[in-house]
Design a protein around this ligand. Structure first.
Ligand code: MN
Length: 490
């Protein structure tokens, strides 16, 4: 049979993201929450699902979840509850996961994604609810030796997990990956998760389908497939692209729209593979957990959490552009994480002019941070020192190229930059007497250049300034130009 013709197609991707919250204890018990530790060392009766043990909600986890909800412009439910999701598998011994079904804590939000081409796109957030993570089943012993049974580590079981669900508003794989990166920065900024992908602290599940316009103008909608548990941005992008292409090719070749199903990603072959056809919510037999009381979020609590969140990255970016005059790209870089933004503001508070400080940090600050593989705030130069160097530049006491030299020295040993510049002979001469002497000497030695200039060869000015600059070390180029122009026009 001939292949079907695709006139055009639209990609629709929604995302489910699971974020582990970095609370001290687990979601419904006091057992320690954290990565690492001897297998099965972070468990207690509740995690083991022993009979008669009751769960107690972790208030901090609810606060962390609300922080994220607020940052995603969600509505926060005034009243929410907990539901049991039936789940029979040895990585969660209770045989159900406590989750939130019909009353999620956060809902109806949106996130403004600034795409790589600078264009803005609004991604609607359907919901963000709290639940608990499962443990880890291993079918191979750590170290790789063969075993005839599976082993389970329950350290992860019961970890607070925020599940964020977007509407299918992504229309390309790179948007999906970029959203993942922005969300990682956001949870780190909010201090609710380390967001380390390789530790499974953030896991992405794109839900993908296509609207294909066929030869007779009809729209063919492929079944939604979900790719489970992707934990790198690169895989997220490649797996989404692959799945789009797979659905498209399947329809072209067979006319099949596929079935709602779950796929995995195989990194070795670079392909998605079918895991199972998808359950409906009915299969999980959700029902309200009788052991937990509903959560009431009153205005006072919400106000307190809002104050913990403070100014969000998007608002900070906007303020850097509107009030401090930075370019949108510079503003986005400086406001990209909380520490860098705070450092930038500390330099301004110490007296640095905002634009000059931005330039200094984004050039030399970033260079030194890269060399040391450390965040800007930890390279060993205080905000006050950056402010002092910005001031030396502003007062034209040093030349632009000198700032880097001084900063390199400051990394090695802290000292006042002005004294250092003097010691290194890097202070710019802004003394008009010295400049005039140099100009006099030049005029005496080059009568021709002078007469050229007077005959109207304005272009000779550049080379005259160059000659004065060369004749004595460290002259302030702007002052040389000004004084020379004054002399020659006189
Ligand atoms: Mn989930």
């Amino acid at each position: 049979m001939a292949e079907r013709k695709v006139v055009s197609y639209k990609v629709l991707v929604g995302m489910e993201i699971h974020v582990q919250l970095s609370t001290k204890s687990k979601m419904f018990t006091g057992a320690a929450n954290g990565f690492g530790g001897e297998p099965n060392s972070q468990v207690d009766e509740q995690v083991l699902g022993l009979p008669g043990v009751l769960p107690v909600m972790n208030k901090k986890a609810v606060e962390y979840a609300i922080r994220v909800g607020l940052a995603l412009n969600c509505q926060i439910a005034k009243r929410t509850k907990w539901d049991r999701k039936s789940y029979y598998y040895p990585d969660l011994p209770k045989n159900y996961q406590i989750s939130q079904y019909d009353l999620p804590l956060c809902f109806a939000g949106n996130f403004e994604l600034i795409k790589r081409d600078g264009e803005k796109k609004t991604i609607r957030i359907r919901r963000a609810h709290l639940e608990e993570d499962a443990g880890k089943l291993m079918h191979e012993a750590p170290g790789g030796y063969a075993i005839d049974h599976s082993i389970v580590d329950l350290n992860r079981a019961g970890t607070p997990l925020l599940e964020i669900v977007t509407e299918p508003d992504f229309s390309a794989a790179d948007e999906v990956a970029q959203f993942g990166q922005e969300l990682q920065k956001l949870v780190q900024f909010l201090g609710v998760s380390d967001g380390q992908m390789q530790m499974g602290q953030m896991r992405f599940e794109p839900n993908i389908n296509l609207h294909i316009t066929d030869e007779v103008g009809q729209v063919q909608k492929t079944a939604i497939t979900e790719i489970k548990n992707l934990n790198s941005f690169s895989v997220l992008e490649r797996a989404t692209s692959y799945e789009v292409q797979r659905q498209l090719t399947a329809w072209q070749k067979t006319g099949s729209l596929g079935r709602k199903s779950t796929y995995g990603w195989d990194e070795a072959s670079g392909q998605t593979f079918l895991q199972r056809e998808k359950e409906d919510a009915d299969d999980y037999r959700y029902f309200p957990d009788p052991d937990l009381v509903p959560v009431e979020v009153d205005e006072a609590w919400l106000a307190e959490i809002k104050s913990q969140v403070g100014e969000l990255p998007a608002a900070r970016r906007k303020r850097y552009v509107d009030a401090l005059g930075l370019s949108p790209i510079d503003a986005a870089t400086l406001a990209g994480d909380r520490e860098t933004g705070d450092f930038y503001e500390a330099v301004i508070a110490a007296g640095g002019e905002p634009k000059r400080v931005s330039n200094l940090l984004l050039s030399h600050g970033r260079r030194l941070a890269n060399i040391q593989s450390k965040p800007l705030a930890e390279i060993g130069i205080s905000p006050a020192r950056f402010a002092q160097i910005a001031k030396l530049l502003e007062d034209q006491k040093i030349a632009a190229g000198t700032a880097g030299v001084l900063l390199d020295k400051l990394v090695q040993a802290d000292q006042p930059p002005e004294a250092l510049a003097a010691e290194l002979g890097l202070m710019q001469v802004s003394d008009s007497g010295a400049i005039d002497t140099a100009i006099d000497a030049l005029i005496a030695a080059n009568p021709k250049a002078l007469s050229d200039f007077k005959c109207g060869k304005q272009s000779a000015m550049g080379s005259l300034i160059g000659m004065v600059m060369k004749s004595a070390k460290g002259l302030n180029p702007k002052m040389v130009g000004d004084r020379l122009r004054e002399r020659l026009s006189g």
